[in-house]
Design a protein around this ligand. Structure first.
Ligand SMILES: NC(=O)c1ccc[n+]([C@@H]2O[C@H](COP(=O)([O-])OP(=O)(O)OC[C@H]3O[C@@H](n4cnc5c(N)ncnc54)[C@H](OP(=O)(O)O)[C@@H]3O)[C@@H](O)[C@H]2O)c1
Length: 310
């Protein structure tokens, strides 16, 4: 497993991490096997959110109840969680009160004294950057949160926060898979009037993050689109799957590792956030941490996923 020092922190992190959004209905034994498989593969970084699960902090609680981590086990892993989505609305809430309440709820649910990284989950149109700064300062001073980041944020939204927030923004978690890659694809086709791909949907977020040492974390790395099923093995993507299968044979890894490698091969040093609850798939995806796809192979996957290389 390839690891690196997460810029803005002292954490050594893997480039493939495990998201726990889908564990609510899993038994203790299933959660333990999933996490142990991840740990054995070098995945020491776990992604949560207050809203994952069937009730508030549901998946955080499920994880903690199943794992019963000792303090030394806790220290060996990175726990990241998120705040800012109010599901019953639905609406977004980056107020001081909401951020503090959410973090206290996550600490209790996870049974830990500290969160390694807290992300603001989705941009709040009513954000008051000074309130976010007050919440972050308090959480940082009390030791409850060690580092901060965002998710689904544009450069302008991050700049607005940075005007008030003194802690570094260390991560931006964004949807990215080879079939859902506007972050990457727009720049390849910039200024092409006849191509939809040329339309900027995110104001240059990927380049901005690279320029500012903000690590991009790719969520839904195998979903074709927005939670509409995976592209792996899908009859909707025959050419892409043929290329993936050929590369899997070449590198002697499962297909899921090649799909992972399409993201880890990108020089932005992104982290792939897996969402599978299947231990074999976790172990297979982890093998994609360091597959050295050539430039030609990377672009072949991009093209057969439906993107244009003008
Ligand atoms: N920041 C955000 O806004 C945001 C949004 C969504 C997700 N996330 C994070 O990103 C993580 C990953 O998201 P995701 O679960 O949508 O991503 P994903 O890894 O692309 O999708 C996993 C889902 O696809 C299913 N699946 C079916 N066939 C599969 C195959 N051949 N290979 C792999 N998976 C297959 C899995 O089922 P099995 O479990 O049966 O394998 C699971 O339900 C989440 O856990 C969460 O931590 C963040």
């Amino acid at each position: 497993m390839k690891t690196f020092t997460l810029p803005g922190t002292e954490l050594t992190v893997p480039n493939v991490v495990l998201g726990l959004m889908r564990i609510q209905e899993k038994t203790d034994e299933e959660v333990r096997t999933l996490v142990k498989t991840a740990r054995d593969a070098g995945i020491s970084f776990f992604d949560h959110a207050d809203v994952y699960g069937s009730g508030p902090h549901g998946c955080e609680k499920r994880f903690a109840e199943a794992m019963q981590l000792t303090s030394s086990e806790r220290e060996q892993i990175v726990l990241q969680t998120k705040a800012g989505i109010v599901r019953e609305g639905p609406y977004f809430d980056f107020s001081y009160e909401h951020i503090i309440e959410s973090v206290n709820g996550s600490l209790a649910a996870l049974g830990t004294d500290y969160i390694d990284i807290l992300l603001l989950h989705r941009p709040d149109a009513l954000v008051e950057p000074d309130e976010v700064a007050r919440a972050f300062d308090e959480l940082s001073a009390s030791g409850k949160v060690r580092s901060f980041g965002v998710s689904n944020h544009t450069p302008g939204q991050i700049e607005l926060l940075r005007k008030s927030v003194s802690q570094p923004v260390v991560a931006n978690q964004l949807q990215l898979s080879v079939t859902h890659a506007p972050l990457v694809a727009q720049g390849v086709a910039a200024n092409m009037q006849a191509l939809d791909q040329s339309i900027s949907r995110d104001s240059g977020t990927l380049d901005y993050c690279r320029l500012n040492d903000i690590t991009v974390q790719a969520w839904s790395p195998f979903q074709a689109g927005f939670f509409n099923g995976v592209f792996l093995g899908s009859p909707d993507y025959p050419e892409l799957n043929a290329v993936i299968d050929r590369l899997a044979a070449k590198y002697d890894v499962p297909a899921i590792a090649v799909a992972t490698a399409w993201i880890t091969r990108h020089p932005a040093q992104m982290q792939v956030v897996l969402g599978t609850t299947n231990p074999d798939r976790v172990a297979g995806a982890a093998l994609g941490s360091d597959v050295p796809l050539t430039r030609a192979e990377w672009y072949e996957m991009f093209r057969t996923a439906g993107y244009t290389v003008p």
